[in-house]
Design a protein around this ligand. Sequence first.
Ligand SMILES: [Zn+2]
Length: 316
Amino acid sequence: MKVPSCPFSCSLTSSVSPKSDPVIRNGRFFRKSDSQWIHRFYCRCCKKHFSRSTHSPTYRQKKRRLSHPLKLLLCSGVSQRRAALILGVNPKTVVRRFRFLAAQARLDHHEWLTKNVAHNSLNDLQWDDLETAEHTKCKPLSVSLIVDAKTRRIYAFEVARMPAKGHLSQLALRKYGKRADERPKGWEALHQRIKPWIHPKAKWVSDQNPHYPRYLKHHHPLAEHLAVPGRRGCVAGQGELKKIGFDPLFSLNHTCAMLRANLNRLFRRSWCLSKTLQGLNDHIALYIQFHNHQLTSEVGKIAKSAPFHPHSKGAV
Ligand SMILES: [Zn+2]
């Protein structure tokens, strides 16, 4: 077994001779929370003990076995309270672990983009907004998504507040006052974040939102943009999957339908609804990791060999 280097910022020089390794093995201990033997090390320079988990994100966590099943449940349409009941833990533990997992998922997604996706390599993208709400339908939220047209991977998302529309607008104004439209700020942040990975001449498909061309022109002036007219959903209440033979926005609409099927707070006709914007933000960040690496990984393999088409056998 290779001895790790000292994780503390010691100079590794002082009294130890240059020939001998300053870090030596120093026994092991049994970690009850995941039944593993963990090696302990000792640095002879800074005279400190450490193990491989000293600087890991899960350092001093007591319920390591909870993370994986909780992630699967939360990405499979189970509510946080029901997840607590199924796993036999306190709901507060579920909330805390959910936030931790979401923060980790965000870091992992960024690391995956940095390591596995070359700069200026994404060239076939779809962009659209999905609508939901926080606390009440009078306080709508907009989730802007950028999806790969071939692999259906979600590269970036942004959640923004928006004012209520239609018959709820008057009631919302009376009950909760004026609600700011934060979508322009969200679209700007969305494009800023993903810009380094996008090819300058990428092909973009979106619906006919009148604001989109402005952002695409600003961030990707050479890009090709196709705006397709909105169509009716194929099943009542299923707005995303369209009742047409060929949908140019298929990958994005399919991804939105998967979000609606797998995150309980996005179900249609559900009594689960986001309480805060942060909760929705965390839940989507967690889902994206699961979606990109488990639900669509097979599609990605097929897309590498042949262009993805919604009616081909690769469509899952
Ligand atoms: Zn040291």
